[in-house]
Design a protein around this ligand. Structure first.
Ligand SMILES: Cc1cc2nc3c(=O)[nH]c(=O)nc-3n(C[C@H](O)[C@H](O)[C@H](O)COP(=O)(O)OP(=O)(O)OC[C@H]3O[C@@H](n4cnc5c(N)ncnc54)[C@H](O)[C@@H]3O)c2cc1C
Length: 469
């Protein structure tokens, strides 16, 4: 943190946004629509972020897309799902806000910016009581971020790349007056602002932060964007902001090993299961993929195998990642389970026993010994499929405490004068544990709080301008 330079800033802009992921670009679009001038600063040469690594799925309730698909849902049911998954540890006001605003945000992107969303209608995500994942045709985050950037281009919003914000300029009253920008060649610049939106995600890319706050994941593969180095929490802390749920995170128990490709949890939710290197099942996989990261990592060699069949693979093929995994040979296939075991180097008898357990649950209609109920699953047909997977850390869910206007709060619960935060920079709605993460919580707070932060910052600078007129 630096003091304001003696001569002030040569260049200033009303709103500076740090980070051009989903949160930063939604904030930029919303602030622009509210009539504010903004500049988005992005460290990378091309905006990508963790947003590009995701499947680009945004959960939202009561949308016209759901109605068209005959799905009955509403924000109150969604909020209840979020609270239940996080064991009531997340701020209920923020949970209600994002559950209420997710539908309007998805429809805003669709109607105002032409995003061709559709519902993932052919499988259930764990913990969601309705089918409410909205995705783009490729079901990839690259498409989401590219469309967001294109929308920002159409508004001619200045987006400066290769511009890492290295520190903030703040005065003694904790008012942020500007930011220092460092370019890849080491040269620097300063840019003044009236309001700052932190949209530079969390601390998954900062090994020290992970070791301190999520020690269980310190040796895990970090599968998110490496540029997310905890800058928002670092600066926030220096300004007296409250940091919440710093151990919270999204893990994933199904990353192809050694290929490093996300294998959609559809392969599990549609009736697949996981075994370890001994061919044995070890958990109720249907609880959620986030908590399953730690469960898989606790198995011998930190390895598991997703086992499923061709029908399930056909569902998974809607995801670009899964198609890539098949193209790269990560998905192993065999006509019989015995052959599959041989190809995976697994004990055939143990794999057969694991399969028999799941079939017995289907036949009896009773939960298996882990409490998982397979009754909804369809009977399997060959060829059988498998992917060798491991657990990984996807992104952090702890961060800066914010209010319903996305203003950053201090440790006394008061808003800091002119800082807003969204996406992975702000605390999420998953609470302090991996098992509090409901599918889609990442992009939920990135898009919804991003939009709220943009609107709030625009109102803040407009009011300031009116007051001084
Ligand atoms: C493999 C994977 C799959 C996922 N799948 C899903 C999913 O399907 N649905 C879902 O809801 N969530 C998913 N997530 C989580 C989701 O991707 C994130 O929660 C979301 O993208 C966060 O958006 P963001 O804008 O906050 O951060 P990001 O998209 O990471 O953007 C932050 C940007 O800030 C930039 N930046 C950082 N520091 C600075 C700095 N100092 N100066 C300038 N720029 C800076 C970074 O370069 C980056 O471009 C997934 C995550 C991963 C890793």
């Amino acid at each position: 943190m630096k003091s304001v330079p003696a001569g002030g800033f040569q260049t200033s802009v009303p709103i500076v946004i740090v980070g051009a992921g989903a949160a930063g670009l939604c904030a930029a679009l919303a602030a622009h629509e509210a009539g504010a001038e903004i500049v988005v600063l992005e460290r990378d040469p091309i905006p990508r972020g963790s947003t590009a690594l995701s499947a680009g799925l945004i959960p939202a309730a009561g949308t016209r897309f759901q109605k068209a698909a005959g799905i009955s849902d509403d924000p109150a049911i969604f909020a209840a799902d979020l609270k239940r998954k996080a064991h009531d540890t997340a701020d209920p006001a923020i949970v209600d806000l994002v559950a209420r605003q997710a539908g309007p945000t998805v429809e805003w992107l669709a109607d105002r910016h032409g995003f061709p969303f559709s519902i993932v209608h052919d499988f259930d995500y764990p913990g969601h009581s309705a089918r409410r994942m909205h995705g783009l045709p490729s079901r990839s985050g690259v498409e989401l971020i590219d469309r967001l950037r294109q929308a920002a281009d159409e508004y001619e919003i200045p987006l400066v790349v290769n511009a890492a914000v290295s520190t903030l300029y703040a005065d003694a009253d904790r008012v942020v007056r500007g930011v220092e920008i460092t370019r890849p060649d080491g040269t620097g610049d300063a840019l003044g602002c009236e309001a700052l939106i932190l949209a530079c995600n969390g601390y998954g890319g900062a090994a020290g932060f992970v070791t301190k706050h999520i020690p269980d994941m310190r040796h895990a593969w970090y599968f998110g964007h490496p540029g997310n180095r905890g800058d928002a929490v670092l600066w926030g802390e220096q300004l007296g902001a409250e940091l919440l749920h710093m151990s919270g995170h999204q893990g994933h128990g199904s990353v192809a090993h050694p290929h490093g490709i996300l294998i959609t949890w559809a392969v599990i939710m549609e009736g697949g299961f996981q075994v370890n290197v001994r061919g044995e099942r070890f958990s109720d996989e249907s609880l959620g993929y986030s908590e399953q990261a730690g469960v898989v990592l606790a198995q011998p060699d930190g390895i598991a195998f997703d086992i499923f069949d061709e029908r399930i693979a056909a569902v998974a093929r809607q995801f670009a990642d899964f198609r890539q995994a098949e193209a790269l040979g990560a998905v192993v296939e065999a006509r019989t389970l015995a052959l599959l075991a041989e190809r995976l180097n697994l004990p055939a008898a143990a794999l057969a026993q694991s399969f028999a357990e799941t079939e017995e649950s289907k036949r009896s209609g009773k939960p298996d010994r882990f409490g998982r109920n397979f009754t909804a699953a369809v009977r399997w047909e060959p060829p059988f499929k498998a992917v060798k997977v491991t657990g990984a850390l996807f992104h952090t869910q702890g961060g800066l405490a914010v209010d319903g206007s996305a203003r950053v709060l201090d440790t006394a619960g008061k808003p800091l004068p002119n800082i807003f935060a969204a996406g992975g920079a702000a605390v999420g709605v998953s609470g302090p544990h991996a098992n509090g993460y409901l599918s889609g919580n990442g992009l939920l707070t990135a898009t919804v709080l991003g939009r709220v932060a943009g609107e709030s910052a625009a109102a803040f600078v407009t009011e300031g301008a009116q007051a001084s007129a």
